[in-house]
Design a protein around this ligand. Sequence first.
Ligand code: SF4
Ligand code: SF4
Length: 368
Amino acid sequence: MKSPVYFASLEGGTNQESMAAKVQRLFDRAELRACIHERDRTAIKLHFGELGNDSYINPVYVRQVVDKVKGAGALPFVTDTNTLYLGSRSNAVDHITTAILHGFAYAVVGAPVIIADGLCGKNVFRVRIEKKHFENVVIAGDINASDSMIVMSHFKAHEVAGFGGAIKNLGMGCAPPDGKRAQHKARPFSLRDRCIGCGKCVGVCPKSAITLVDEKSTIDTALCIGCFECMTVCPEHAIDINWEIEIAPFVERMVEYAYGAWCGKQGRIGFVNFLTRITPDCDCVPWSDTSIVPDIGILASTDPVAIDAASYDLVNQQPGCTGSRLTAHLRRGEDKFKGLRENTDGYLQVRYAEELGMGSSTYELIRI
Ligand code: SF4
Ligand code: SF4
């Protein structure tokens, strides 16, 4: 059966209604209200963006969802989990400060910020899933404690998963640092013949795992946490991982975590994907690069698989933006994520989530 995915376009000629109004109308048409009961403590799951990044979802649009949740008689809070790497979001104090600096203050979004895994990422809940990679997964305690959830995701490319959308926001995004560590088993290595010794990877590594030896990058795998930030910054593609052996299991682990966050709340989670500022990197990097395709629109659904499948297809139907980091697969219909990183397979997460019963990759796109 096809899952409905509601779509508010941002194409030229369709902009006679504000983005904020479109978010509200999407919420109603996709019947996200049905996920929420009166007096629910409703988590609005977001990514507040690493300090320096500015492609995260505009807090004004988050306010529209908060207002809808309040209108349903529930108690919304905006939330995310602490990061594995040392940055501006690795504990709740830094994380809330970053969120407020990025506009997620009560005065703007109309709801408090609560970091779902607590001050130091130790507020966790173990969920039994009995899947291929994990018997149990650890989910942030206040994600688990919430009664319902609206997952709002900025859809963009990702250096290893191919893209990040609703499934990744559930999987990596609802996991405390211990859960993120369990998913990130892959470790990069440097290709000495390609390395020019620029040191960019050294500067970005949150664990000081990289040193230059004879002006060549060298990674200490005992220190490395597998965050892949070094791969993102290397201008020479001189840092790699074993794609054939490591990437499919990484994506499957991430999807199993998504399943763990989703399975206790079936029918109580709504999803909103923003296909705007579709950057080549995730919002964990402290910058926002030029979009790889033009802005497309906003999607809403109760099916995380369908909304990511539809988002993936809509991006690939666009022409690539010249002047962006996308230099291959620029034509409409070509896979933009493979154009950026040929070894990734973004659709793998869609297929595996469908296999786990989280939804359907067959969808009906309904324009509002
Ligand atoms: S960023 Fe790339 S080229 Fe520069 S030192 Fe690191 S591995 Fe070498
Ligand atoms: S993946 Fe790269 S940046 Fe991240 S910890 Fe390992 S060596 Fe450092």
